[in-house]
Ligand binder design. Sequence first.
Ligand code: MOS
Length: 728
Amino acid sequence: MLGQALPRIDGPYKVSGAAKYTSDRRVENMAYAVAVGSTVAAGRIARLDVSKALEVAGVIEVFGRGNIGKLYKPSPEAGMFDEARPPFADDAIRYYGQYVALVVAETFEAATAAAGLVEVSYREAEPNVALDLAPDDEPNEVSQRGDPAAAFDAAPVKIDQNYVTPAETHNPIELHATVAIYDGERFTIYETTQAVTNTRNVLSEILGVPREKVRIIMKFLGSGFGGKLWPWTHGTLAAAAARSLGRPVKLVVTRKQMFEAVGHRARTQQRVRMSAERDGTLTSLQHDAVNAAGMLDEYDENCGEATPYFYGTDNLRVTAAQTRRNIGSPTAMRGPGAVPGLFATESAYDELALALGMDPVALRLHNEPAQDQDLAIPFSSRHYTECLTLGAERFGWSQRTPEVGSMRRDGTILGWGMAGCSWIAARFGAEARVELHADGSARVLTGTQDIGTGTYTILAQYVADATGIPVERVVVEIGDTDLPPGPISGGSMVTASMVPAVLEAVRKAMKSAVGLAAKGDAAPFKGVPADQLVFADGRIGRKDSTAGAVPFADILQAASVAFVSGSGKAEGSFGQEHPKYSLHSYGAQFIEVGWQPEIARLRVHRIVTVVDAGRIINPRMARNQIEGALVMGVGMALFEEAHYDPRSGAPINSNLADYVMATHADAPHMDVTFLDYPDTKLNELGVRGVGEIGLAGVAPAITAAVYHATGARVRVLPVTIEKLLLGP
Ligand code: MOS
């Protein structure tokens, strides 16, 4: 079962429409809420007039600061959240689109019409959405070793450049949505979330009720990309409205609101200084990052995440800083920190290779470290150099001629570029229960969730593999806080996190079934000591002989037991204070672009990627993750940027026509290879997980290829045609 390219078991539900997404939920007596967002980005509410809105037929209530009911600030221990201020907490406006009122009506149409009639006047202040980022406070030192400044000054070859990644907006197909039910005591909330347990913990504190009185359910997610990791204010508003009205309330944010109050990838500005000996030995690396944050949050994009350990150098300094803007809180977006960080450092690496007159692959191979120099510990399982050499071979890198514009095919100038990448590997804490039923089926239960990445299928594979029960007879129950708490679907970590808990649970359940085989008058192995029996291939039999083994279902039936079960629990490794090993995934991206200057047409033709992500449990789904991430990388490099109007502070390309993303038409040919080395320092199966690693390194490989084709070095993403027309 492990390593098999099974199709996802939730696929038929999705393609047939049977899969219920949050906004598909309809419950009895449900009312519809539409949130009204501020049309200024800074200032105060002077007057909120809801009288016209209340006159619309079907409107039930319009909520504002005065009547939403008590909402509390979550304590820092509650869990993860980006926007700490409860909605409607004061009259201050800190970003465009901040919710100022909530209309609830019998129909969505009435609520939408009435929302347009809520009259708000503001005492407006000048919004700050300035693009140039300078730290508000002294930068934090993330990592430091040796004397990078002195080494930089003394080095024969050096580069000192600034790189910028813009604000990017998560645009999953599925809009954020909440259906909140309050029965006078308990909340049941359907929510578009990548983390049901965290949402429960944070919302219970905001609503001021014990955790056990809040249940969060999320069965299918139309993708999240980090935007649905932590709770946003619309969920609180829907719950508070349901509490106030004593009726279920559904709230689905609009596509425009997706750009305003539910997070985005923070804009970053990064200075990278690198120096080397003439042979390519890296003598220093300084990486200073600033990211834009919201007015009240402390969002740190952590651009330097991969910098301290990725390449060897004795002299290094990494800093991080923030600067506040009148923009909604940023949040995690696929590969937070490392992805924008690697755009800067891998771009700088390409520039350093150029300055040295060295091949960029050779330069990277030359600076492969023997251990994690930041933590002074060994790597658990690092095969980065093989990613580079195998990727170069599959791509045909040896055919590359380094001079700008020197390669052509059919009249098109070709650009070949490459970059390396890395992403954290860790486990979050997890619990699971496994049941083995008398009808021969199994169930696995855990409060994690499948965000479209394949968790349903992976969990079924784990149980099928351990028990020998056919995978189609394993029922997976996830996405509900009534289940044993499971990990967040973030950081590409669920597949690794679930291994120890599920294996412990399934082994205990099998042991319980084995115990029944020897006990009781009707037991098939009556009198045989349980330690002489074994559960294998769905049957229980003697250890020394497969003959006479009995299906486990028969044993349960003979014992008149409906099912046996076992529970498993594992602590997480994420954020460990003194890890023994440095755990990461690695990869290399090799990319060809085509440039036709006559018509200013740039295309990404093909990507070869080699990924070292531990053991691959399901190559079909793993490949699907990487291919999706590569297409997202094309968008990050060439298209994606949220624009905030400097006058109003409004995100002005807040729709799918003006916020350009890569589509199928932009997808290059993709060649994905997994090295498949198990990393047993992380879990017994050697699984690390995939997803974010596929996005890391794509943008700098594309800008390197663009330079090779055009001579224009684009350090401010995205690579727009205008930047190329300006030339080198
Ligand atoms: Mo991912 S940004 O950890 O959902």
